[in-house]
Structures are given as structure tokens and as C-alpha cells.
Design a protein around this ligand. Structure first.
Ligand code: ADP
Ligand code: 5GP
Length: 234
């Protein structure tokens, strides 16, 4: 059975895009939903790969034509997910992964409560700031106002962590990527997915255990110091 919907949210700079590309190299049959946005391309981003980059009036036309499953204003730009993605992924026998903000995730969850939601936390504000700056530098220059806007928004986004089924901390990249893969594999096994046509993955019990540890209700000890570093409590 294909057609599972995975939703990933995280404050900008947490490492979500990095984790998504690791995940897609580790797990087959997972389509990435390419969003539409009015923001300008960044660094080496390519039209149709990271985003479909469109003008504001075209975005407004798509809203009016009800072409989005969800859309939101994030940092002053529009971002949206087309309705067609899930049907097209399922037709290819694949599941679909959305990388969307907390507002978009709330909209999708309302209509599709079966969506599997995953929140990714950076380890603390200093690491988040360093990652945002490193990325900006690698893309050709730090725009201070952009970094500050994203840092200021991070705390408000993190406050929503408890709305998600799973919560990960992206500290050591390899570990977070393995946890993310484990969640996808464990959720597929619950939905009676046959991975790669094999009846049973021999690693399945280990993945299930790893995924279970990332469930919101099993994460208090791991999350407490991270939330405290952002001035939040459990
Ligand atoms: P997001 O998609 O959440 O905005 P990115 O994936 O672009 O974030 O990552 C932001 C920066 O942090 C990038 O320079 C990336 O290489 C780096 N990064 C991501 N995850 C880790 C990690 N676990 N450890 C160290 N650096 C990381
Ligand atoms: P960035 O500009 O760094 O690529 O993304 C900024 C934020 O917009 C991130 O939190 C990302 O998850 C979110 N985002 C990307 N695509 C979509 C989308 O289609 N819908 C919504 N609601 N948010 C999106």
C-alpha cells in the first residue's frame, strides 16, 4: 500500500533539507513534494528541484483556483503544496514527503489526520545560529536581517513541537538521519508496506524500536534540555 504522507517541519537552519536528502538516499519509494514559492532562489537552488519559483500574482492565481493542499506566508513570502502530489506519488507506488512549516502542517493535519508528522529540533540556539550563518556564507554572503528574522521565528515554531507525532533532535547528522529512516520504515511496516518487494526487512525490529523512542510521548528526557535552551518547558 503506497500513499503514506510524511510531514517534516523544523525551524529554518535546523538541517531539514540536509536530512531529507540523506533520507531519500537511504529509503526507496519516497517522493519529495516540490513546493511553490514566491521567494527568490538561494545559492545553487534550481527551478523544479528545491522549489517551483513563481511570481506573487501567479501564486495568488493558484490560491484562487484552489490548487493548493495548504499554503502559508513564511518570512514574508508565500509557500504552498499542490494538491496533485499525493495522488501522483501513490500512482507511482510511492509515499510522499512534505517539508513545510508549522502553519502548513496544521492545515494538512486538519484534513488528513492520518498524516505522519515529524518535528526536527536543532540542539540549541547557538548551534542554530551557527548553521544559519554557515549556510548563508556557503551561498555567497550572510544577510543579517534574514538570519535574525529566522532566529526570532524559531522559538515560536518550536513551541508547536507537541503537535507532531515524532520529535527528533538533529545533533549528530548520521544519528538523526537513521532515526528519520527508522520512522519511515516502521510506519510503512504498520501500513503493511512491502519494502523493495521483500516480505520482511530483517532489521525491522531495530527500526521499530528506534522509531518508538522518537515518539513524542517517549521523548521527554531527550527534549527537556533542548527546549530549556530556547526558554521553553515541556
Ligand atoms: P533547513 O533545511 O532546516 O533550513 P539545512 O539543511 O539547509 O537547514 O541546514 C543548515 C546548515 O546546517 C547547512 O549548512 C547544513 O550543512 C548544516 N547542518 C545540517 N545538519 C547538520 C548537523 N547535524 N550537524 C552539523 N551541521 C548540520
Ligand atoms: P526556506 O526558505 O528556508 O526554503 O523555507 C522556509 C520555510 O518554509 C521552512 O520552514 C519550510 O519548511 C517552509 N516551506 C517550504 N515549502 C513550504 C510549503 O509548501 N508550505 C509551507 N506551509 N511551508 C513551506
Amino acid at each position: 500500500m503506497a500513499g503514506l504522507l510524511f510531514i517534516l517541519s523544523a525551524p529554518s537552519g535546523s538541517g531539514k533539507s540536509t536530512l531529507v536528502s540523506q533520507l531519500r538516499s537511504m529509503v526507496p519509494n519516497l517522493d519529495f513534494s516540490v513546493s511553490w514559492t514566491t521567494r527568490a532562489p538561494r545559492g545553487s537552488e534550481q527551478e523544479g528541484r528545491e522549489y517551483h519559483f513563481i511570481q506573487r500574482d501567479e501564486f495568488l492565481r493558484m490560491i484562487a483556483a484552489d490548487e493548493f493542499m495548504e499554503h502559508a506566508d513564511v518570512f514574508g513570502n508565500y509557500y504552498g503544496t499542490a494538491r496533485t502530489g499525493l495522488v501522483e506519488a501513490a500512482a507511482r507506488g510511492n509515499d510522499l514527503l512534505l517539508d513545510i512549516d508549522v502553519q502548513g502542517a496544521a492545515q494538512v493535519r486538519k484534513n488528513m489526520p492520518q498524516a505522519i508528522t515529524i518535528f526536527i529540533l536543532p540542539p540549541n540556539p547557538d548551534v542554530l545560529e551557527r548553521r544559519l550563518r554557515n549556510r548563508s556564507r556557503a551561498e555567497g554572503g550572510v544577510e543579517e536581517s534574514v538570519v535574525q528574522k529566522r532566529l526570532a521565528t524559531a522559538r515560536h515554531e518550536i513551541e508547536k513541537y507537541h503537535e507532531y507525532r515524532y520529535v527528533l533532535v538533529n545533533d549528530v547528522l548520521e544519528r538523526a538521519a537513521e532515526e528519520l529512516s527508522a520512522i519511515v520504515i516502521a510506519e510503512r511496516s504498520c501500513a503493511n508496506h512491502a519494502i523493495d518487494g521483500k516480505p520482511q526487512n530483517p532489521e525491522l525490529p531495530r527500526y521499530r524500536k528506534l522509531a518508538e523512542q522518537c515518539l513524542l510521548q517517549n521523548s521527554a528526557t531527550r527534549l527537556q534540555p533542548v527546549l530549556a535552551s530556547f526558554g521553553l518547558s515541556l
